[in-house]
Design a protein around this ligand. Structure first.
Ligand code: FES
Length: 129
């Protein structure tokens, strides 16, 4: 399989084709937050906390699922990606008891998520209410 060279946060990295953005970022020592991704499981892309911004691509891409492309330019911590992560964390916090998930609570601190943005009252309504 040929190698692919791309830029992540301004740093060049070369990885085998088919490598995910997450793995390429890790090769550069970049930390992209993950919740639903696990090394030895098939990625399902459910949580979207790992989203990154790619030049010329409108939607944010989940780093754990998205393969690299030649000359791709990725930003792992753009304002848009961080805002999206913050919103995901706020929604998650409003819907799930995170008291047993210290790693997610750390993300909430790191991204300065507003724990009061989505009031607890919404928890009781559930889907379709
Ligand atoms: S870690 Fe959940 S979608 Fe990537």
């Amino acid at each position: 399989m040929p190698d692919v060279t791309l830029t992540i946060d301004g740093a060049s990295v070369t990885v085998p084709a088919g490598t995910t953005i997450l793995k390429a970022a890790e090769k550069l020592g970049r930390q992209v937050p993950t919740i639903c991704y696990h090394e030895h499981c098939t990625a399902n892309g459910l949580c979207r906390i790992c989203v990154v911004e790619v030049d010329g691509v409108k939607p944010l891409l989940p780093a754990c699922l998205s393969p690299v492309n030649e000359a791709m330019k990725v930003s792992t911590s753009s304002a848009r990606a961080e805002r999206s992560r913050r919103t995901i964390l706020e929604l998650l916090d409003s819907a799930v008891d995170l008291s047993e998930a210290p790693e997610i609570q750390k993300f909430i601190e790191d991204y300065r998520a507003d724990r009061s943005r989505f009031p607890e009252g919404k928890r009781a309504r559930g889907c379709g209410a």
